[in-house]
Design a protein around this ligand. Structure first.
Ligand SMILES: *[C@@H]1O[C@H](CO)[C@@H](O)[C@H](O)[C@H]1NC(C)=O
Ligand SMILES: *[C@@H]1O[C@H](CO)[C@@H](O)[C@H](O)[C@H]1NC(C)=O
Ligand SMILES: *[C@@H]1O[C@H](CO)[C@@H](O)[C@H](O)[C@H]1NC(C)=O
Ligand SMILES: [Zn+2]
Length: 590
């Protein structure tokens, strides 16, 4: 609108001005002024005011992304011989007999409780790992063709690594990930489950139980896909590698970490065309269906704050004890949160821009601020204000802090010689551990000085004096940088391949079931936590956390708690998704 008006203004004016010959200079000037004024109000000022107040309208069928802020690739169907196989398999997956088979694959996997606890010792010492043995036996029995055809390596006893070499070794392989373990079921809540948590019960609609969604649906869907492809004599051109950890729910130190090291050693840096691990699916937002593959993960760090002061009898206390000082520090910390901004280029910004570009029912005020915010900083701040009313979105966009553990003192009549707190930070994708660490020296310096404490932050001396009352030490026992952000620009072929595969899968599954399909849009997304991919950054620049769940039908909402379940229809679509992706990637230029 604004550009057209600009072009219109000088052209129209010139055309009219050259006409009348008999006019005096005075009348000419007067006319010109009047003329320009009219044009200015009609074509320049008014449209601007209208835009400010009502925003871009949303035509039926969705707002048409005018400046390509969220381009969509077309649905991508496998071509050639793979296309024929794909059509056959999409039809097969809609048959009752196959659906039954898929449901029984997942039910059986849920029936083996592969619980992970936070305090588990090394594999081989802690017996609680042993549940993985029966799980492997189950997989061997359920997927015989895979186990007679693919090379299986067990890394650190229970890590599963399957390799299916393609005929063209010059093509970078694809890597599909998942995890075998589940979070424990709280014994006090077993009777609150609609069906027992390790029953794998199928009620005609959903498979119930711990792991039915997170993440046995992902792992089993991948294996179901490969088993079926093998049964149909598919021979990949591009190699396929499967890597399944067994302690993701405890951060993956004994599963994913050694698996990643093994892969790095064998295949090398950036050896994989793309990596897909558990993650988001698709869901309706403001009237549009959006699939949001995670292209980034926030960083994470625990910061330990310790105060050491002399002990003594509490009948003659100093003005502040270690506990009192620590309390002041924590109050000050909470009073000074990290500033949060919606920055251009971040995954959260990209998700919002896609929604603004394609969802029909975005509130006009928000859409206007987001669309204009692509160029105007003022409008971006406006968008930020609206968006951050949602605390969860604000937390996803910024660096957060939560004081989660405090400890100090031992006895009512003894002064506490030390007090400690543990603060958990989740670091924004456009920030870093360096930024986080830089925050602390200034934050506590004046308090440390007023309490007469020496101050060391991350091994650097901030305040030092021979004569101090005690010590303040800030350190970081655990720290993980934000993940590198996966490219999604026009040159990013893996993102385009994934997007096209998602759109095709969504349409094809509905076609095979005789249902109507609206369009699905693909928007870059962000994971709120860290998956096993945190060990895999060096293996590919194209990492996606995505498993094509229908988030509108349960599943994801109940992971890690009572009544976890997976709708069979959604599960069958996940199998079609992996099938489509593998067949599309097979000979694609990636
Ligand atoms: C697809 O199915 C048809 C009909 O059953 C069969 O003739 C054809 O060989 C199948 N193609 C592939 C690639 O599996
Ligand atoms: C689990 O599902 C059952 C059946 O729908 C329901 O009665 C029960 O309240 C649910 N439990 C929780 C904790 O939501
Ligand atoms: C700080 O503490 C030391 C050791 O207790 C003491 O000698 C010194 O006077 C104190 N300084 C201030 C400014 O309180
Ligand atoms: Zn998981």
């Amino acid at each position: 609108m604004a550009n057209d008006t600009k072009a219109l203004l000088p052209q129209a004016a010139e055309g009219r001005v050259s006409k009348p010959a008999k006019w005096t200079t005075k009348s000419r000037v007067f006319f010109l002024l009047k003329f320009y004024w009219t044009f200015y109000v009609l074509f320049w000022l008014l449209p601007r005011l209208i835009c400010e107040h009502f925003g871009p309208s949303s035509p039926p069928g969705g707002y048409v992304d005018p400046d390509g802020a969220c381009p969509q690739v077309d649905a991508l169907e496998p071509a050639g011989a793979n296309g024929e196989l794909w059509a056959n398999l999409s039809a097969l997956y809609a048959e009752d007999s196959y659906e039954k088979r898929a449901i029984s694959w997942l039910s059986g996997a849920v029936r083996v409780p592969t619980e992970t606890y936070d305090d588990m010792g090394p594999v081989g010492e802690d017996e609680r790992w042993d549940t993985r043995g029966p799980f492997h036996e189950y997989l061997l029995e359920a997927f015989p063709t895979i186990h007679s055809s693919l090379k299986l390596t067990k890394v650190n006893t229970y890590g599963l690594l399957y390799e299916w070499p393609g005929t063209d070794s010059t093509l970078k392989p694809i890597l599909l990930m998942g995890h075998q373990d589940v979070v424990p079921v709280n014994p006090d809540t077993v009777d609150q489950w609609a069906h027992p948590p390790y029953s794998g019960y199928f009620d005609g609609e959903s498979i119930w139980g711990r792991g039915s969604s997170d993440d046995k649906s992902g792992l089993i869907a991948i294996l179901a896909t490969i088993e079926t492809l093998l049964e149909h004599k598919f021979q990949p051109t591009r190699s396929i590698v499967l890597s399944f950890g067994f302690d993701e729910e405890a951060g993956g130190p004994q599963g994913a970490k050694p698996l990643a090291e093994f892969l790095l050693d064998k295949y090398g840096k950036d050896a994989f065309a793309l990596i897909i691990d558990e993650g988001a699916g698709y869901v309706e937002q403001f009237g549009g269906i959006f699939a949001t593959p995670g292209i980034g993960e926030k960083g994470s760090a625990n910061v330990k704050i310790e105060i050491h002061t002399p002990g003594g009898h509490s009948s003659i206390p100093p003005k502040h004890t270690s506990i009192g000082m620590l309390s002041s520090l924590l109050v000050h910390l909470e009073a000074n949160p990290f500033p949060v901004h919606l920055s251009r280029g971040t995954p959260v910004y990209q998700t919002l821009q896609c929604v603004a570009a394609h969802a029909p029912d975005v509130p006009p005020k928000l859409r206007r601020a987001l669309v204009k915010g692509r160029k105007s900083d003022r409008q971006l701040r406006k968008a930020e204000e609206i968006v951050f009313e949602n605390n969860a979105l604000k937390a996803l966009a910024g660096t957060t802090q939560a004081a989660d553990i405090v400890a100090g003192g031992v006895k009512s009549n003894a002064l506490p010689e030390q007090a400690t707190a543990l603060v958990n930070h989740r670091i924004a994708t456009d920030s870093s551990l360096k930024d986080l660490r830089a925050h602390y020296p200034g934050l506590f310096k004046h308090l440390a000085s007023s309490f007469n404490l020496s101050y060391t932050a991350f091994d650097a001396t901030i305040l030092d004096s021979k004569a101090t009352f005690g010590d303040l030490i800030v350190s970081s026992p655990y720290a993980l940088e934000p993940a590198p952000v996966t490219p999604t620009d026009a040159d990013a072929k893996p993102y385009a391949l994934l997007s096209g595969s998602i759109r095709t899968t969504y349409a094809k599954r509905r076609e095979a079931k005789g249902l109507e399909a609206e369009k699905v849009f693909v928007a870059p997304g962000i994971m709120s936590g860290n998956t096993d991919t945190k060990y895999y950054w060096d293996l590919s620049k194209h990492i996606f956390r995505y498993n094509h769940h229908n988030q509108g039908t349960g599943g994801l909402g109940r992971i890690h708690t009572v009544n976890e379940s997976m709708e069979s229809e959604s599960f069958l679509e996940v199998i079609l998704f992996f099938t489509t992706l593998i067949l599309n990637a097979d000979s694609a230029d990636l």
